[in-house]
Write a protein that binds this ligand. Structure first.
Ligand code: ASP
Length: 577
């Protein structure tokens, strides 16, 4: 049984490559054996579904196909069942040709796209990875528990999807951004170890490679500390990599404090496969005559620089692009020095003293063909600007084959010791760096009132090659501390606390165990395992950048009756034509 992959007529003998999930088998319809059958077979079209009966025979030696798993045999057909004749597909069911088809067309006919061997392999890989994870977690005593998709609206973090409640007019559920609160309740319930392949929903603008619904491997454990989580999760990841790719990952994974990650790589998810680390050049310019640098240092800011080795040949267009990128991170411009023909070419070098130049040379080891970039701003901004330029420059160097970044190298890294809080300028208050249930590092908890920004959180991220694969934390389980965080630190009004989190605070008063957990972006993991760039390629039925499903054509308007039942009035929005 299967699909007609291709059909060839060799002097009246019909050869059909019959395809199913496992691969291809050749069926032969010989008119000297059964002329009517051969004639029927000749009428078939690619992608039709048929069943063939016959005898399995060895192929004649000269027609053996070594490239095919079934290349030594063929079926001499004696009967043919035609289950469905296919129309001509809108694009070839072929890996190389299919990849060149516009993605919208592939998504409209996703059931055909998924027939391509590459997509079938990805689905198989996703299954293997999820089974590896499940087996590991089952062995480690985790219970798989499902939590509700109709949750309560908690409008913080990403925007939520709302679901109107017909039975409670004017009221709404929200689709969960993650099962965070439920999994913590499972710990209070005594489950001790929980996991779920959880569907999460975030109504974000789908820039970059995001999906409005995506899958997490979500976990929570009682009576654990950070070390327990690291060890268990390294085991989980190793098992997934071993069973999916046959790769043995070295453990334990290295760890890097958040401050070092920012300082050295300018980002909290560093790609450590290549160096080009950031250098703090503030001390060199303490007495500088260059106003921009001087003003930054006097205001308590940082001067960060890095040497993009060998990139002095960048084009004006590339330089303009880098400048735009720097500006989008809050820079006023992007200062640089190129080393060309033994000279420093730069709009700012004329402001530097000989000592400053010598010290820069020493700090950045500038050689012929190099280009150095600078950022001058507060510490976090300087790091982020130059960190982003470092990544952009690496991509340009890679394109020129001047930098090797090996895609089969897996640099896992725990980023740890994040600050518990970040100050939200716009709101004039602290918000949680991870989420408001994250526990402070015990030694720092006494600083919550006096010096909140110095408090580290028990939060950890697992990073792979510059991609954040997962994040989690040890949680607050003491009701007084959780209330203090909500009320005194995050400055949430009492009635809002009661309304949103009252049940949690109550639950914590009935025997809450210490607990912590983590969630992995499963789609991203599979994309990395499969070596594909977009998570859309590892999701059976993904949405477009505009959040549409092109196959089913959703979202769509609904009937007036449906809206009336839900007590909803919709303003008609004119869409420009
Ligand atoms: N729920 C968190 C998230 O989605 C992960 C965790 O803290 O376990 O990022």
């Amino acid at each position: 049984m299967g699909w007609v992959e291709s059909l060839r007529d060799h002097g009246g003998i019909i050869f059909i490559d019959l395809r199913d999930r496992e691969g291809l088998t050749q069926a032969v319809f010989n008119p000297t054996v059964d002329p009517l059958l051969a004639e029927q077979a000749a009428q078939l079209k690619p992608e039709s579904v048929i069943g063939v009966s016959g005898t399995v025979e060895l192929r004649p030696a000269e027609t053996v196909n070594k490239k095919l798993g079934t290349g030594e045999i063929e079926i001499h057909a004696t009967a043919l069942d035609i289950h469905n004749i296919s129309e001509t597909p809108p694009f070839p069911i072929d890996d190389a040709l299919g990849d060149r088809v516009h993605e919208d067309l592939r998504l409209t006919y996703r059931y055909l796209d998924l027939r391509r061997p590459k997509m079938r392999r990805i689905m198989q890989l996703r299954h293997t990875a999820s089974q590896a994870a499940r087996n590991y977690l089952n062995d480690a005593g985790f219970l798989e528990v499902e939590t509700p998709s109709l949750f309560k609206s908690t409008p913080e973090g990403a925007r939520e999807y709302l679901v109107p409640s017909r039975l409670n007019p004017g009221e709404f559920y929200a689709l969960p951004q993650s099962p965070q609160q439920f999994k913590q309740m499972l710990m209070v319930a005594g489950v001790e170890r929980y996991y779920q392949f959880a569907r999460c929903f975030r109504d974000e603008d789908l820039r970059a490679d995001r999906q409005p619904e995506f899958t997490q491997i979500d976990l929570e454990m009682s009576f654990v500390d950070r070390e327990d989580v690291y060890a268990l999760m390294e085991g989980l990841i190793s098992r997934i990599w071993k069973e999916s790719l046959g790769v043995d990952l070295p453990t334990p994974f290295p760890r890097m404090p958040y401050h070092d990650a920012m300082n050295r790589y300018g980002v909290d998810k560093p790609d450590t496969r290549f160096e080009m680390e950031l250098v703090d050049v503030g001390t060199i310019f303490q007495e500088t005559g260059f106003k921009v640098f001087k003003a930054t240092l006097e205001a308590g800011g940082s001067l960060k620089a890095f040497n993009a080795k060998g990139l002095a040949d960048l084009t004006q267009g590339e330089l303009n692009h880098l400048t735009e990128v720097a500006k989008s991170f809050g820079a006023k411009g992007l200062a640089f020095i190129k080393v060309e023909n033994g000279e420093w070419k730069s709009p700012i070098v004329k402001f530097f003293s000989e000592e400053e130049k010598a010290a820069l040379q020493e700090a950045l080891r500038m050689e012929e063909g190099d280009i150095v970039f600078f950022a001058a701003a507060d510490w976090a901004k300087s790091c982020s600007i130059i960190g982003r330029i470092r990544l952009e420059a690496a991509a340009l160097l890679k394109k020129r084959e001047k930098l090797k970044i090996d895609d089969s190298q897996f640099n896992f890294l725990w980023v740890v010791e994040f600050p518990l809080l970040v100050y939200e300028e716009a709101e004039g208050r602290y918000v949680a760096a991870h989420h408001p249930f994250t526990a402070p590092v015990p030694e720092d908890a006494h600083l919550l009132d006096s010096d909140p920004k110095a408090v580290r959180g028990q939060h950890y991220d697992l990073v792979l090659n510059g991609v954040e694969l997962s994040g989690g934390s040890i949680r607050v389980h003491q009701p007084e501390l959780q209330l203090k965080l909500f009320r005194d630190v995050f400055d949430i009004p009492e009635d809002v606390i009661e309304d949103r989190f009252g049940y949690m605070l109550k639950a914590f008063r009935y025997g809450a165990p210490p607990h912590g957990g983590i969630a992995f972006g499963f789609d991203r993991i599979v994309a990395i395992l499969a070596g594909v760039k977009s998570i859309r390629d590892v999701i059976a039925f993904p949405k477009t950048q505009k959040g549409q499903c092109l196959m089913t054509d959703s979202p769509t308007p609904v009937t007036a009756k449906q809206l009336r039942d839900l007590h909803i009035d919709v303003e008609t929005i004119e869409t420009p034509t």
